[in-house]
Ligand binder design. Structure first.
Ligand SMILES: [Zn+2]
Length: 269
């Protein structure tokens, strides 16, 4: 458990065990040398970690931003454009909240995790792993039953009608918000308890947020779960292994490839 404060071996003061140094005397934290804490994972104060999860998770962050954006874009005559702008605005608000929490929690620790160029290269490799497992799962599923889930459908109609907004949302805002919410927020919080617990819970939560509970075709939604579960699992492993720069790169790259495939599919389908 990384919730209880650690006693400094040098000055005997107590501090958050995820800090790399004693904030009083600067003696380095032995738990990092013993590899009991992963250097890649971003650890904020537990309250900030929960705050990140709540800011990005639909029930709180989404709801608040949706109410604000509905009021702002209410007057637009084009309903489709108003909806697209609303989603865009919701994500911009969410990202601002997530970045504000991250930078006001422990800015230097957060920024430090984005300075190792190798993490980005590993991110590309993890994206390859997500694409490969996705292709394998889809191929196997394709022999049994073909289906398009709600999340996919929503993304496809947005791309057709508002390509610029779609590119921003699908390739940048969406994946960055999700990584800050589910990896830097939820995963890092659970990681203080246990690594396996963190991997299992964030993988399941990640798959479920992509499940459209309002969809009539619930078989298509269930059918999409294996892909989202493996995607969530690989992103959790990417984060544990190389941190947020890696999981964000993997997620962004994967979404770009998926978007290109949808566009190609439209051109030839
Ligand atoms: Zn000390």
């Amino acid at each position: 458990m990384l919730f209880n404060n650690k006693k400094c071996s040098n000055c005997a003061s107590y501090y958050d065990p995820t800090l790399k140094k004693c904030p009083i005397c600067n003696k380095s934290n032995e738990l990092y040398d013993q590899r009991r804490i992963p250097d890649s994972v971003v650890f904020f104060h537990p309250a900030a970690q929960i705050g990140l999860f709540l800011a990005g998770f639909s029930f709180v962050g989404m709801l608040v931003s949706e109410i604000i954006s509905t009021i702002i874009f209410k007057g637009l005559p084009d309903r489709g454009l108003a909806d697209a702008l609303e989603i865009l605005f919701v994500y911009i608000l969410m990202l601002s909240a997530l970045l504000t929490i991250s930078l006001s929690a422990r800015a230097s620790i957060f920024i430090e995790k984005f300075k190792r160029y190798k993490d980005y290269l590993f991110g590309l490799a993890y994206a390859g792993a997500i694409i490969l497992t996705g292709v394998i799962i889809n191929t196997i599923q394709g022999f049994i039953y073909q289906a398009t889930n709600g999340n996919q459908e929503a993304a496809e109609s947005l791309i057709t009608n508002y390509p610029i907004i779609a590119i921003f949302l699908v390739c940048l805002l969406g994946p960055i918000c999700e990584e800050l919410t589910y990896r830097v927020g939820l995963y890092s919080f659970l990681r203080r308890i246990n690594k396996i617990l963190a991997i299992i819970v964030t993988t399941i939560v990640f798959a479920l947020i992509h499940y459209d509970f309002s969809a009539k075709d619930y078989i298509a939604e269930l059918w999409a779960l294996p892909s989202y579960l493996t995607c969530g699992l690989i992103l959790a492993l990417a984060y544990e292994h190389r941190g947020p720069a890696c999981s964000i790169t993997a997620h962004v790259t994967y979404n770009i490839v998926a978007l290109i495939l949808v566009i190609i599919g439209k051109a030839y389908g």
